[in-house]
Write a protein that binds this ligand. Structure first.
Ligand SMILES: *Cc1c(COP(=O)(O)O)cnc(C)c1O
Length: 461
């Protein structure tokens, strides 16, 4: 039987490619496994392209050229630093909060060494890992007790599972939130074993709605922060104070999922009022939880504060072991929390970014524009714009900002955005508005200006 021409058969083999002198010469600068990995990845892509009918064949010359062009891509780690030029201070896709210098120093001290993670140095007995942050959290917030877990989703899960497994939790229909694809309050509730008792309507829920829903199987009243949306117009929902009064009357604990935990009043940054954790605790709520890496500006963590006996129950739930916080997280979290004892806005990057004045942003924009210099195909201007806080915090709030704007006769905004994201060694993540690419200076630090400029030049070289 005559064999059909098989395009895959003609694809060069990795071994044969490694014999070529141009591929060999890469081996003097890159590890052998990187070169092989690059070849494998390119060959996989070509095989897929042939299968989809996009190409019919490819020569070994073309593969060698592509390997040489893309070798830096193959030799870089998958998780890489990027420049956040989106202006979105808490960008979940970009890792939310960057850490303060003090937090990084703490990480570097703890990471390569042994530590007293679970050892009480005074008594020589076994200690609790939580003690390293609980003391400082108490000092900042005046809470009775505290616990930290892996993230705020874990905190919600742990609280529901501990206090309301097989029992009802009352939530307003206006607060059945979804925070990014995987966190939907009704689903988290179900997997924690709690029964959702919805009350009120999307736009209006009254204290009496909560009260009417209370029965002998009610375990908890939950107030969830509507972090990433806002209902406007004919709206009503009871205050936490009213809910805690109701909870006390019926002996039912009240829990507030704050989403983003704030230890400072954001009105001083020109943002709308958001209650601080301190204010929330003063309303008499039994438990609150929030993320470590939203407006708090620390690492990914779920911080739970509240009544001592409830926190003890949470700590003793075997699920807590599953959601356990890691020592590196703890070290960076403790260091960040300590910064709250004195001028946090001067040291915590997230707060510094919110605080940056327009004059300072203007100055940075000029610096960035000058550092980029001229690029033949690009028009580079400086314009005022608005930046968002992001990360499920203050959904409608916008801050005045200054951007370096890139546009071109030859390239579309989408093409410019893509080049900035894919070509430089340190990618620049930008946003497009009105068919121009904006580099927002709010999220580019002073010490990143040179790096950002270099990346922009690389993207068009
Ligand atoms: C962000 C958020 C969560 C999830 O917090 P993670 O730290 O991302 O797990 C839960 N609830 C609310 C209200 C949030 O805003």
């Amino acid at each position: 039987m005559e064999e059909k021409a098989n395009p895959f058969r003609n694809l060069p083999k990795v071994d044969a490619m490694l014999e070529r002198s141009d591929v060999q010469s890469l081996l003097s600068s890159y590890p052998r496994w990187v070169v092989i990995e690059g070849l494998r990845r390119i060959l996989e892509e070509k095989r897929k392209a042939i299968k989809e009918g996009l190409i019919s064949s490819i020569s070994s010359d073309e593969i060698a050229k592509e390997l040489i062009d893309r070798i830096d891509e193959f030799s870089s780690p998958s998780l890489r630093r990027v420049i956040n030029a989106t202006g979105v201070v808490l960008h979940t896709n970009l890792g939310r909060a960057p850490l303060a210098k003090e937090a990084v120093e703490a990480l570097c001290e703890i990471a390569p060494n042994y530590s007293n993670l679970e050892l009480d140095l005074k008594t020589g007995k076994r200690g609790l890992r939580y003690t390293h942050v609980v003391q400082i959290i108490k000092r900042i917030t005046s809470c009775e007790s505290a616990l930290v877990v892996n993230n705020n989703a874990s905190a919600v899960f742990l609280i529901l599972n501990t206090l309301a497994k097989g029992r009802e939790v009352i939530v307003s229909r206006g607060e059945l939130i979804e925070i990014g694809g995987a966190f939907r309050l009704p689903d988290v509730m179900e997997s924690a074993g709690a029964i959702l008792k919805e009350v009120g309507t999307t736009n209006r829920t009254r204290v009496s709605d909560y009260e009417n829903a209370i029965n002998e199987n009610t375990a908890l009243i939950l107030k969830a922060h509507t972090s990433n949306y806002k209902i406007m117009g004919f709206v009503e929902s009871p205050s936490l104070k009213e809910l805690t009064a109701l909870g006390k009357k019926h002996g039912i604990p009240v829990y507030a999922d704050l989403g983003s935990g704030l230890f400072v009043d954001v009105r001083k940054f020109g943002l709308p009022h958001e209650p601080t954790v301190f204010e929330v605790l003063k309303s008499g709520v039994d438990l609150v939880s929030f993320s470590g890496d939203k407006l708090l500006g620390a690492t990914q963590a779920g911080i739970i504060l509240g009544k001592r006996e409830l926190i003890e129950k949470l700590r003793k739930n075997p699920i807590n072991r599953v959601l356990r916080i890691d020592k590196l997280t703890l070290s960076a979290l403790e260091a960040t929390l300590r910064l709250y004892m004195e001028e946090p806005e001067e040291k915590i990057p997230v707060l510094q970014m919110l605080k940056t004045s327009l004059a300072k942003l203007q100055e940075r924009a000029t610096e960035l524009k000058d550092a980029i210099g001229t690029i033949p195909q690009l028009r580079i201007d400086i314009k005022k714009a608005k930046s968002a806080v992001g990360g499920g915090a203050l959904p409608l709030a916008e801050l005045d900002t200054v951007c370096v704007c890139l546009s071109s006769e030859k390239l579309s905004a989408k093409e410019i955005e893509e080049r900035l994201r894919t070509k430089p060694k340190i990618p620049v993540i930008s946003r497009i508005k009105d068919d121009t690419v904006l580099l927002d200076l709010r999220t580019i630090r002073d010490d990143e200006i040179e790096i950002a400029a270099k990346s922009v030049r690389e993207a068009f070289s």
